[in-house]
Every structure is written in structure tokens, then in C-alpha cells.
Design a protein around this ligand. Sequence first.
Ligand SMILES: [Zn+2]
Length: 147
Amino acid sequence: MPRPSLEVADIFRGHGPAWRRANAGHVSLGQLKVMSAIENCRTAALGGHVARCEECAHSQISYNSCRNRHCPKCQGAAAKEWLAAREADLLPVPYYHVVFTLPAAISAPRRRFCRSQSAERSLHTLDRFPHKRSTDLGDRPPTPKSP
Ligand SMILES: [Zn+2]
């Protein structure tokens, strides 16, 4: 895959130090570590190895990856694979994204119950389609965690 002309790492390397100074005290240590990992990913800072052709003596340097889960270089391919797998699960019908807010009077346990009921109803609806049963989509979705 060709390297994009501008990467997040380029922006972090070019503007990260000034941004860190301007936001000192407002950025967590974890966020600073992510920025540092992205800046150093696939550079000499993380080391690497040299592959050399014994016939023509051509050599190529490959720098190590940061493997940080927030790094677009390291996780970009995995994200694309995950998205392609989810797209393969889609039914050939129009989809709608519905967002609604539950009343504040509903307590957290009640919200969990409503969510699990929604998941059950969705699976029940899918089971009504003979060509694509919910069991074909894998196991039932995990019980939603409390907010
Ligand atoms: Zn990385």
C-alpha cells in the first residue's frame, strides 16, 4: 500500500511539541504516550532491521512498529479487515441508524433490561427472514455493559 502524502505522525512531529507546551497540564500521560508512539512508529527511534539481497546487494531498511492500538499505521489494516468483515454480514436491505434517549427516570438496571430486550427483538426479527437467520450471524451479541 502506498504511503499517504500526509500522516498523523507527520502532524504530530511537526506540531506536537508546540501543542504539548500549549496544553501542558491538560493532556494525560496516556495521551502523551500515544502521541509519542505514533511519532516514533516505523522510524529509527524504535529500531529496525535491514534486508539485503545477496545477488544485487540491494538493501532495504524496515523500522519497527509501535503496535499502539491508537496508531493509524499499525491498526489501519486491522480496522479495514474488521470493517470488511462487518460489511459482509450486512443484509441486502436499506439500513437506518436510530438514536433515542431514554428518560432519566429509568434506572441503570432498567436500561440494561431494555437494551437486552432490544437485542432479543432484533434477533427475533432476523429469525423471521428464512435466508439469513440470526444464528448465521454468529453467537448472540454480548449483554450490554452498564454506562
Ligand atoms: Zn504504530
